[in-house]
Design a protein around this ligand. Structure first.
Ligand code: GLU
Length: 422
């Protein structure tokens, strides 16, 4: 990245999160004291995680758990394993969780965890030891009524099972509600695996209605083919959309006539990447983002749509399945160009919403059918979309600012009513 670009806009995710908060706080005319409280994380834990590797050597990894705001309930948010994880990134992700939970109005604050590691370089045994030690290190601050982790980038239901088991060993009994996104055999919820993508599907349908675009026959490009992206591609395909391009960290594939997302996912599972999928042309991540299409789904990492490429985005709707894929500078450009952005804290909130349902089911020991989970999810996502859209219209702002106004108002109100201790 050139320094010229860096001087134009910051790519520090925490500064971006604060700028997004400020925009809403201005509209809500929040007083200075409340702003200062809501802008910074309540708690930040940095841990060293020693792991005995398979060859006998010891490696030490750095991990984090950040709790941003606890006014509306326990902290909630995923754990990410990625070589580029930083404390500032985890702080941003934790604060996005606060606003996300408030946008869909579930009784949680925001939290996030991360370990700076490339999980693809670790054996299954190394990954298990890393996870159990990380869980032990953050154990003092997590728990069903304090902070409930879940999967995020490169963590899975198996990761959650190890964390649940580790914490349960300390407690001397099975503690189902300490993490969500667990396997179905271990107190997981039906529909959780697909929930992030389903939320993206529901909000994309609603955005298409606003923009008077038919999702049937719409052209869709999906950047990132993990849990969110691959399942969103399948669900939008089931809605009759044509998935013309998809990509992962190794490269992308393109077919104007449509890609079968399930076959593409099988190819990725067999070969480790989408690259080389039959019947498709190769395409770079950057080319994918700039394709002419109806719906672009960034479903990978932060800072995907920036001032460098925002002018070249040719989608009508951007559905943010990832967290933080668009910078504030790019947001401005997209808004000016009339592109409808479904902001991350709304678009990908289906995951944490069904995590909430999972936690409720665990605490009650009473489990729901998949139909019940999905219909509650649809009700929650539709209500949130309507509220955000109404706020955007009322304040004459884009959907992101509308979502922040909705969320910040709820958290600010809870913080104010509770009062400052002591
Ligand atoms: N990691 C997901 C997110 O960013 C899910 C968090 C959760 O389920 O708690 O929203």
């Amino acid at each position: 990245m050139s320094t010229a670009v860096l001087t134009k806009e910051t790519l520090n995710p925490f500064e971006i999160a604060q700028a997004q908060f400020d925009a809403a706080a201005d509209y809500l005319m929040l007083d200075e004291g409340l702003r200062t409280i809501l802008k910074r994380p309540k708690r930040q834990l940095i841990v060293s995680i020693p792991v005995r590797m398979d060859d006998g050597r010891i490696k030490v990894f750095e991990g984090y758990r950040v709790q941003h705001n606890l006014s509306r309930g326990p902290a909630k948010g995923g754990i990410r394993y990625h070589p580029d994880v930083t404390l500032d990134e985890v702080k941003a992700l934790a604060s996005w969780m606060t606003w996300k939970c408030a946008t869909v109005n579930i009784p949680y604050g925001g939290g996030k965890g991360g370990v700076r590691v490339d999980p693809k370089q670790l054996s299954l045994g190394e990954l298990e030891r890393l996870t159990r030690r990380y869980a032990t290190e953050i154990a003092p601050i997590i728990g069903p009524d304090r902070d409930i982790p879940a999967p995020d980038v490169y963590t899975t239901p198996q990761t959650m099972a190890w964390i649940m088991d580790t914490i349960s060993m300390f407690h001397g009994h099975t503690e189902l509600g300490v993490v969500t996104g667990k396997p179905l055999s271990l107190g997981g919820s039906k529909g959780r695996h697909e929930a992030t993508a389903r939320g993206c599907q529901y909000t994309t349908r609603a955005a298409c209605a606003v923009k008077r675009i038919s999702l049937k026959g719409a052209k869709v490009a999906v950047q990132g083919f993990g849990n969110a992206g691959s399942i969103a591609a399948r669900l939008l395909h089931e809605d009759g959309a044509t998935v013309i391009a998809a990509s992962d960290s190794k490269g992308g594939i393109y077919n104007e006539n449509g890609i079968d997302p399930e076959a593409a996912l099988r190819h990725k599972e067999e070969t480790g990447s989408l690259v080389g999928f039959r019947g498709c042309d190769a395409i770079s991540n950057q080319e994918l983002l700039e394709l002419r299409c109806d719906v672009l789904v960034p479903a990978a990492l932060e800072n995907t749509i920036t001032l460098e490429n925002a002018e070249h985005i040719r989608a009508k709707i951007v559905a943010e399945a990832a967290n933080g894929p668009t910078t504030p500078g790019a947001d401005r450009v997209l808004r000016e160009r009339g592109i409808f952005v479904i902001p991350d804290i709304l678009c990908n909130a289906g995951g944490v919403t069904v995590s909430y349902f999972e936690w409720v089911q665990d605490l009650y020991g009473f489990f729901w059918t998949e139909h019940e989970v999905n219909s509650y999810l649809e009700r929650t996502m539709s209500a949130a979309f309507r509220e955000v859209h109404a706020a955007a219209e009322k304040y004459r702002v884009d959907m992101r600012t509308g979502a922040y106004i909705t969320a910040v108002a709820r958290v600010a109100e809870a913080t104010k009513v509770r009062g400052i201790f002591p």
